[in-house]
Design a protein around this ligand. Structure first.
Ligand code: SF4
Length: 740
């Protein structure tokens, strides 16, 4: 592929320009740490944690400096490009924004006219919620597509959380957040906050917060198939067999009833079906479940007792739980444990947050709906208007009415982040049209016909609409852009505004629309196009009437402290006359089948000469989050991190040495990686990190290519999904290994 011309002048600056200090945030992960930048013109000189930030309190991790790398990266696209094939060779040509918008609108409209609106699909990656212009202005464009072929990173790793909150508390975002700063007992399953700084729990500076927990006499317990960074600082860690967390959590609920530890306290008047839950979990005795989970009954009963007796306790489970066959049961069981022990909506337990812009109260975000329609090929249920990513490739590859033939990706690299990435790779190569709103030519966007690159994080302002909803302390914080964008660059909200305007004009030229529809559309786009996100924020704060103005936010760039989490769930539910049904129908129907799906734990190695089936799990480390971070030399340097962790027992069974390259095979494919032999993983389990696999041709991320690694999603299986929601099931994928 010929290299594109991509003038790299964005950070050029005069050496005489004054050095200035600016406050901003890091939007790379959910922790959204406050940062202090030293800037000279358009050049970032240094990045430090902001001690005055009321949430992150000066915390910073190695990824924050990648904001500078990203800003300066010569591989980052700064102007739109289109793909051209000449003599069988692909080349990318820089084009004007005007030409790019026209190509995109024409490409999408043509597919819609020929094949219907569901033939145009959308995939939004997880940075979509880290860049607020996507949230404020994206819906204006996506709504006009009128497509049911919507996908996002939600069904990669967190759909069970939203579904359970929707059922229990009436809104997909009503997720009670662990009160880490006041709890006296925290039990974590399938989460590694020391690497992630919290997920669906924004908790920067988590190491210091866990230290404080223990200093006030509290206890931290981790249940995980791997001795994670978090497990290493916990009071207790217990290995569990991957995919059996539901069995263990149900045995904890069983114990609460069995040992008369159920005490919902202030929640009791709200709870329906307590006795039905008791009956449903009756078969899940810790003594029986131990054979599946690998955690002995005495430990389970003791932990249930400690949890019930603590003065403020909370169970938190994250990605490892949601991405398994029983992810919804896991997340439901966690809520039930917290509710039955009276630990929801109380200090030290799990509470809803009170953000300045409340997406639930203001109804800016839909409460969610489930299974209103199903996917065409497999019949997987929608949630909140989106289908699960596991069905995305088959919806493109399977002919018939409604086949997806065009795709819009926004801030995502689903070839590396969704199950069976090779299949998706193949599906993308067959699309009639594809556009990516992204600033990298990566493993996914290389299939696009046009790429529209928005400004990067330090070039636009930021207010966190989503993660302040999930933070362990209530704060409000608005940050101006740290450096000015290059001339002619567009923010994501401007890209969406222009796409919406041109697409509506194009569609209405051939489709019938009532005068009222046209006027409403024109009015919305006219107003929204003139209102940047910051104006919408100012209006929202005014309407919220919480005594906080945009002026105050401007005067306090480090953030305004709105205090610790406070009880609000019970009052909110009572106000709406709503009760909590502890046993939603889908769970009631699922529990009787659950026992049948857990095989007993293998207690001895496979007989000599047999290739044993191992269970694959994922892994995240502190220097990585999304795949593009592998294009920052400082985040990938050092010892290779894309290694397969394996227990010495399993390595010895196949005569493998540390560092030796193996082939890991699953139903859908195989990868080659070096092994890391370690006792930090349970026997019978192997682990690979995500986001690697930069060996595909046609990308333009040179650092990432040099540290290619292998993509775990070349061996995860699109047919393995969570049983109720069809979220991807990345945990406990059966694999086989042999020396390469
Ligand atoms: S933990 Fe690191 S990546 Fe996450 S917001 Fe803070 S500095 Fe950025």
């Amino acid at each position: 592929m010929a290299a594109m011309s991509n003038a790299h002048t964005a950070h050029a600056t005069s050496p005489d320009a004054p050095v200035e200090t600016r406050q901003g945030v890091c939007n790379l992960c959910e922790a959204i740490c406050g940062l202090t930048f030293q800037v000279q013109g358009k050049r970032i000189i240094s990045v430090k944690g902001n001690d005055a930030d009321p949430l992150s309190r000066g915390h910073i991790c190695p990824k924050a400096v990648a904001l500078k790398d990203l800003h300066e990266d010569p591989d980052r696209l700064r102007q739109p490009v289109k793909r051209i094939i000449e003599n069988g060779q692909t080349r990318w040509q820089t084009i004007t924004w005007d030409e790019a918008f026209e190509l995109v609108v024409e490409g999408l409209a043509r597919v819609r006219e020929q094949h219907g609106s569901n033939a145009v699909a959308v995939y939004q990656g997880n940075p979509s919620v880290h860049n607020w212009g996507n949230i404020t202005h994206g819906p204006m464009f996506f709504g006009q597509l009128k497509t049911r072929s919507r996908f996002s990173a939600t069904s990669v790793d967190q759909l069970p959380h939203h579904l359970v909150s929707h059922w229990l508390y009436g809104h997909q975002l009503a997720i009670p957040i662990p009160d880490v700063d006041h709890t006296r007992f925290m039990l974590i399953l399938g989460g590694n906050p020391l690497a992630s700084n919290g997920s669906l729990m924004t908790v920067p500076d988590v190491r210091a917060r866990f230290k404080a927990l223990r200093q006030r006499g509290g206890k931290l317990v981790v249940i995980d198939p791997r001795r994670t960074e978090t497990a290493a600082v916990a009071d207790e860690h217990h290995f569990i067999d991957p995919g059996t967390d539901a069995a263990w959590l149900l045995s904890v609920i069983h114990t609460l009833f069995d040992e008369e530890l159920v005490s919902p306290k202030h929640l009791e008047p709200l709870l329906d079906n307590i006795k039905a839950v008791r009956d449903a979990v009756a078969p899940f005795r810790p003594e029986t479940m131990a054979a599946h989970t690998g955690i002995d009954a005495a430990t389970t009963r003791r932990l249930a007792l400690e949890l019930a007796q603590a003065d403020g306790a909370v169970v938190y489970g994250r990605m490892g739980l949601s991405t398994q066959a029983h992810g919804v049961v896991c997340q439901w069981a966690i809520q039930v444990i917290n509710l039955l022990t009276g630990n929801v909506d109380r200090e030290g337990g799990a509470l809803l947050t009170s953000p300045a812009i409340d997406l639930i109260q203001t109804r800016l975000m839909s409460a969610g709906h489930f299974d209103v329609w199903r996917s065409r090929v497999r019949g997987a249920p929608e949630f909140g208007g989106e289908l699960p990513v596991s069905v995305m490739a088959e919806e493109m590859l399977t002919p018939g009415k409604g086949q997806m033939r065009a795709l819009i990706t926004s801030c995502g690299n689903p070839v590396l982040s969704t199950p069976n990435g090779r299949q998706l790779d193949q599906a993308l190569s067959k699309l009639d049209f594809m556009v990516s709103i992204d600033f990298y030519l990566n493993e996914t966007t290389r299939h696009a016909h046009v790429i529209l690159p928005p400004t990067c994080g330090v070039e636009h302002d930021h207010y966190d609409l989503v993660f302040l909803h999930l933070a362990v302390r209530n704060i409000a914080r608005y940050s101006e852009a740290v450096v000015a964008p290059a001339d002619g660059a567009l923010h994501d909200w401007q890209i969406y505004t222009e796409l919406a305007r041109r697409y509506a004009r194009r569609i209405w030229s051939v489709e019938r629309a009532s005068t009222r529809q046209r006027l409403t559309g024109m009015l919305t786009r006219g107003i929204m196009g003139r209102l940047p996100p910051r104006r919408l924020l100012a209006i929202g704060l005014n309407r919220a009437k919480k005594g906080l103005s945009f002026k105050q936010l401007l005067a306090n760039p480090q953030g305004v402290d709105l205090g610790p989490l406070r009880p609000s769930l019970v009052a909110g539910l009572q106000k709406r006359g709503r009760r909590i049904d502890l046993l939603p129908l889908a769970i009631r129907q699922e529990l009787p089948n659950l026992m049948l799906t857990f095989p007993a734990v293998a207690t001895s190695p496979a007989p000599s000469g047999e290739r044993p089936t191992l269970k694959l799990i994922g892994r995240r480390d502190v220097r990585s989050n999304n795949s593009w971070m592998h294009n920052s030399e400082r985040l990938v340097s050092g010892k290779p991190r894309c290694t397969l962790w394996i227990h010495p027992r399993d390595a010895a069974a196949q005569h493998l040495q540390d560092g030796q390259t193996v082939t890991v095979a699953s139903r859908v494919g195989q990868v080659r990686v070096p092994v890391h032999v370690t006792e930090d993983i349970r026997p019978g389990v192997v682990s690979l990190p995500h986001g690697w696999g930069h060996d595909r041709a046609g990308t333009d991320m040179k650092v990432a290519q040099a540290h290619a690694g292998a993509s775990i999603n070349d061996i995860t299986d699109d047919r393995l999904t969570e049983r109720i929601s069809a979220n991807a099931a990345f945990s406990a994928v059966p694999v086989w290994i042999e020396a390469a």
